[in-house]
Structure formats: C-alpha cells, structure tokens
Write a protein that binds this ligand. Structure first.
Ligand code: URA
Length: 262
C-alpha cells in the first residue's frame, strides 16, 4: 500500500497530506451538498478542495481532525476517492448516504445501518472474487447503532444491496429506458425474501476496499424511498431524514473516538 509524500496532491480529490492536519478519519457522503451539511456540524470546519464536484472539508470532532470528502454516486467514483484517501493515511471511513427501503417495516425518514452489503456494485468485482464478503467494521457499526438509539431515531441494522445502477439494478421501471433486464426482474422480491433491508450504491465498494487495505468502514443511510409502495424518492422527507443520518454519523464517530482513547 502506497503512502503519498507530504506535499503530493492526489489527482482527483486534489488533497495532500500537508492539507489535512494528520486526519486519519473521513466521512464520505455521495453528495457535495451533504458534505457541506456534515462539515457544518464539525468544529472549526473549513473547505479544502472542490475538483470534479468532489468537494471536501476539514473539521474536528473532540479535537481530532476529520475530512469530509464527497464520493459522487456509485462505486467507480467512490473507488477513486477511497484509494486517494488511503494514500493520504485515512484509516476510518464513514459513509453517510441515502437509500431506498425494500422491507415494509423500514419506513421513509428512518435510518439503515449496514452490517454487510450484497456486492452487485460492479466495482468491487475489480478487487475480489464474488465469494468475498463486503462487511462493515464492527466497532463503527455498534457506534452507529448506539448513536441512533441515543438520538431516538428509528433505525434498522442489517444487510444492504449495493447496486451498480439506480434504475435497472434496483428494479425501477419508471426510467428513461423503461427497461429492466431479465437478470433483475424479480430481484427486489428475492432480496426482500433474503432479508435484505435496502438498496443504495456505494457500501459494498467501500467495505471491500477498506477490508483489503486493513482499514475500517461503516455506513448509515437515510431512507428516502419505500420501494414496496413506490419507485419514487420521497422528497418531502429527504431533508429531515438526511439531517438525522448526519447527526447520527457524527455522534457515532465521537463515540468511536472516546472508545479508542480509552
Ligand atoms: N439511493 C438509491 O440508490 N436508491 C434509492 O432508492 C434511494 C437512494
């Protein structure tokens, strides 16, 4: 594993070790506007870079430096971002994202904390054979669950399906192509029957890369679609649900830091 030189600027995220005050923790949302909202919850936060829409910030949790780095949507851009953060020395990654529930009891506005991810993300196939599991870090997952409990936010903990596509791979027919190939027709019911909680697009790639690099990763997502009822995203609940996911994510990192400091 390569560690970047102190002043070496990473090609895509345009960060160097000189810019991050020794941070070994990163919060990695997909969306740049969510990155800004997360940064605003940290102490003394400031913008770092904004290349190709991959906006980043540096802030502090209990005086520990934390990078907030946008990943973009899906495995391919996350793979780039996570590799570059690893080269800067990041060892803990927390994804704060959005998701569609496929279980009727997991409601829009609640949170899903991912223990493990079904690897239909595509990108992780470039790193590991299909039998390799995509598993979250145990301590981070427990910290997320404790933070959600403490905040009184409804949440479910379990398995997520990470899809390489938002439409076909998540069995959405209400799309530009209107096409869901045979391989994915009926797949939503199958994942539901197997106890999978939700669809999103990045957790499996993140968990696979983190394990290979002997780093740690966790994931909390705000539920913004109830796929048993509709293919649509519930824009009316989006802001409140994302706010709850951000608050739980930041509190989980604080708890994890307290645990590590003993
Ligand atoms: N993100 C996804 O990947 N799917 C959804 O349904 C909602 C958010």
């Amino acid at each position: 594993m390569r560690v970047a030189a102190h002043d070496e600027v990473m090609y895509h995220i345009e960060l160097s070790r000189a810019m991050i005050d020794g941070a070994v923790t990163a919060i990695v949302p997909g969306a740049p506007e969510r990155a800004k909202a997360i940064a605003e919850r940290l102490d003394r936060s400031r913008p770092l870079a904004d290349h190709r829409g991959l906006a980043s910030y540096l802030g502090y949790i209990d005086n520990a430096p934390v990078i907030v780095q946008t990943t973009g949507m899906g495995g391919p851009t996350l793979e780039i971002v996570v590799n570059e953060l690893l080269m800067l020395g990041v060892r803990t990654f927390l994804r704060v994202g959005t998701t569609g529930s496929i279980q009727p009891e997991v409601k829009a506005g609640s949170l899903v904390i991912t223990e493990g991810a079904v690897r239909i993300d595509g990108t992780s196939d470039h790193y590991a054979p299909p039998a390799y599991p995509a598993v979250a870090d145990l301590d981070l997952t427990v910290a997320l669950r404790d933070a959600a409990r403490a905040a009184g936010v409804p949440h479910a903990v379990g398995i997520t399906a990470s899809s390489a596509s938002f439409y076909a791979g998540q069995q959405r027919f209400d799309s530009g192509t209107g096409w869901v190939p045979r391989a994915f027709r009926g797949s939503l019911d199958e994942w539901r029957g197997l106890g999978v909680l939700n669809y999103e697009m990045e957790a499996a790639t993140l968990f696979t890369l983190a394990r290979i690099a002997r780093a740690r990763a966790g994931c909390v997502c705000a539920v913004v679609a109830e796929r048993d009822a509709s293919e649509a995203v519930r824009r009316d609940l989006l802001d409140a649900a994302v706010d709850a996911a951000v608050a739980v994510g930041v509190d989980a990192l604080r708890r994890d830091l307290v645990r590590e400091r003993g």
